[in-house]
Unconditional design. Structure first.
Length: 370
């Protein structure tokens, strides 16, 4: 199947298949502590922050999804226009197709045309680091005048995809280091719904990576997507995909694990983030900003106004969460008291995370990389 056809099927299955929230982000095991006298009004809250040397008007982004054909160009165009109006960052989907087929270029270029000022993030898969030259990757970056390049990790999807590549070798980390030295923009390592563990965070830190999108489990399940695609074709792997459909590190746990290891990294807390309270929790747990993909896609199909309305409701809910925790800005949100219970508490205990040490780390999140 061509990359273009596969991309179209991915959009259809994520929109209409039952692949969202198969497992929990464990955000429900996080309570932000209510403050009855916040000390300011909701109008005084400042949710602006910095990302990739640019001011952004809210601490969340729309993570990379698509590009590659005329239909998919429309999706990138709509997201870019709305993201620019609101002032939040946007990622494009894997740009591999634009290396292999120059006709696909415009579907990515449109993002920068519609969004001249926001941070835009280019995208390529980890296994592709083996095949492409720095020059080719530079071309992808230039297509959208990207502010950063995301290298995505999706081994759990690839293993169930008939055309999948499971060559996730440690050696490519060296290529990552070389690439990051040759580029003049930061490199973001990004999961795609299974989360980053302490062990992976350690590897990334050792290789000088300082921007990570943890994209944890609890939102779009890419194993679920491949299960549905496999069922359509009577692929025997689809039965096994069902077994693994809830695989991954829940987003809340992955934010904690990654921050515990990468104390000074810029962390994007995403995966199953569905509203402004989730954004507030992701930031309080240790992310610098949060992000989501599927909810934005769902609104894009209904049009610009729907996406705008959704993003505005996320902003309102985030501000309510900040008001009720006494956080006048994003820096204060990193420091709010929170209670971790049930499975998330078991998780961090089982993983040997010392709560007091974690509390110290999250309250001293560094602004250097902003
Ligand atoms: C239709 C669709 C296509 C996606 N394609 C890509 C991609 O090409 N590259 C990438 O890094 N992530 C891709 N993602 C993953 C998202 O960026 C995100 O990490 C993941 O879906 C979890 O977030 P969510 O639960 O908010 O959807 C895609 C997501 C969706 C819904």
């Amino acid at each position: 199947m061509s990359i273009k056809k596969r991309k179209m099927e991915h959009i259809e299955v994520t929109l209409y298949g039952d692949v969202d929230g198969i497992t929990s982000t464990l955000m429900s095991d996080v309570d932000l502590v209510h403050q009855a006298i916040p000390g300011f009004s909701i109008e005084e809250i400042n949710i602006g922050t910095k990302f990739l040397k640019k001011e952004i008007s809210a601490p969340f982004m729309i993570t990379g999804m698509t590009g590659g054909s005329e239909e998919l160009m429309l999706i990138n165009s709509t997201i870019a226009e709305v993201a620019e109006n609101i002032g939040i960052p946007m990622g494009v989907g894997s740009q591999r197709i634009a290396i292999e087929n120059s006709e696909a270029e415009e579907s990515f270029r449109i993002a920068r045309k519609k969004a001249p000022s926001i941070p835009l993030i280019a995208n390529i898969g980890y296994p592709q680091l083996a095949n492409y030259t720095v020059k080719e990757i530079d071309k992808l970056i230039n297509l959208i005048e990207a502010d950063a390049l995301a290298v995505h990790l999706n081994v759990a999807q690839e293993v169930f995809q008939p055309e999948g590549e499971t060559n996730y070798y440690f050696e490519y980390l060296e290529k990552l280091v070389d690439l990051s030295r040759s580029l003049d923009i930061p490199l973001i390592v990004k999961e795609t719904g299974c989360g980053i563990s302490m062990e992976t965070a350690n590897l990334l830190e050792k290789h000088g990576i300082s921007y990570v999108d943890i994209s944890g489990a609890g939102g779009t399940s890419w194993i679920g997507v491949e299960m549905i695609r496999g069922q359509r074709r009577n692929n025997p792997k689809s039965k096994s995909a069902k077994l693994f459909a809830n695989w991954g590190i829940p987003t809340a746990a992955s934010i904690i694990e990654t921050r515990y290891v990468m104390n000074n990294a810029f962390i994007i807390g995403s995966g199953g983030i569905r509203n402004g309270l989730d954004v507030a929790k992701a930031i309080a747990l240790g992310s610098n900003i949060s992000g989501f993909a599927l909810p934005a896609l769902g609104e894009v199909i209904r049009g610009k106004a729907s996406l705008t309305e959704f993003l505005q409701s996320v902003i309102f809910e985030l501000k309510v969460g900040m008001l009720l925790t006494g956080s006048k800005d994003v820096k204060q949100l990193h420091k709010v008291p929170l209670v971790i219970s049930s499975k998330l508490l078991n998780w961090i205990q089982a993983r040997g995370i010392e709560v007091l040490k974690y509390e110290e780390i999250r309250k001293h999140i560094d602004g250097k990389l902003y």
